[in-house]
Design a binder for this molecule. Sequence first.
Ligand SMILES: [Zn+2]
Length: 269
Amino acid sequence: MPELPEVETVRRSLRPVVGQRIEAVEISEPRLRRRIHDDFAHALIGRTVASIDRRGKYLLFRLSDGRCLLAHLGMSGALLLQSRGVAARPHDHVRLQLSGGQQLTFNDPRRFGLLRVGTESEFAELRNVGPDPSSDAMSLDQLVRLARGRKRPVKNLLMDQRALGGIGNIYANEILFRAGIRPGRQSRRLTRRELTALLHAIRSVLRSAIRLGGSSISDYRDSEGRPGYFQLHLRVYDRAGHPCARCQTPIRRVVHAGRSSFYCPRCQK
Ligand SMILES: [Zn+2]
């Protein structure tokens, strides 16, 4: 499932869309997570994409009329910039024909993705998106407040989309390894020093994943021609029983609320 770094990588890969006008909209399957509104094509045709922003895992295409196209990739969605006239592939649900001779295609086998047009304030989805954990926008004091606020394991805090937007299970595990903190620790009990390490780990793991994605996305496509969610250099995620990269102790796996957590029992306290 795409997490924040993948969505940011998609955003960067779509920069050529900025400045282009949407000339036509083709919808072959409107039934996504929410049904695409009947007015969708009408609201987009003739508009120019002024910029593309990201809020958590949502992409916001700002349009020349002040409205936005909101996109979420769900479990398996991809936004592809292709030459116009490329034959449609299975699961290509929406295609936007652009003035520069390209098309923006939304492909999503599992159809948990989302596409809608409106003003930013209309999007209820964005009201609950927390501060961007990959930017400097989140301060240590904010993280301390979040950690002390509710009784819960630190991994749940990291994955709470209202507290911090965009971190999923893979990055939560990798961040906690980098910070030297076990996933099941109560966030309230973390010291200020541990939270400082956690903040650094959040930024460095997300930023290095974004850097890695940016360098690989332009030339990598999977068998269906979709951009690859780059091979991350994972230290703990899905490595149960393998030696820790730092100390050789076997990585452990535990299950909390149906989600797997991975950690090194020696490096993480
Ligand atoms: Zn270790």
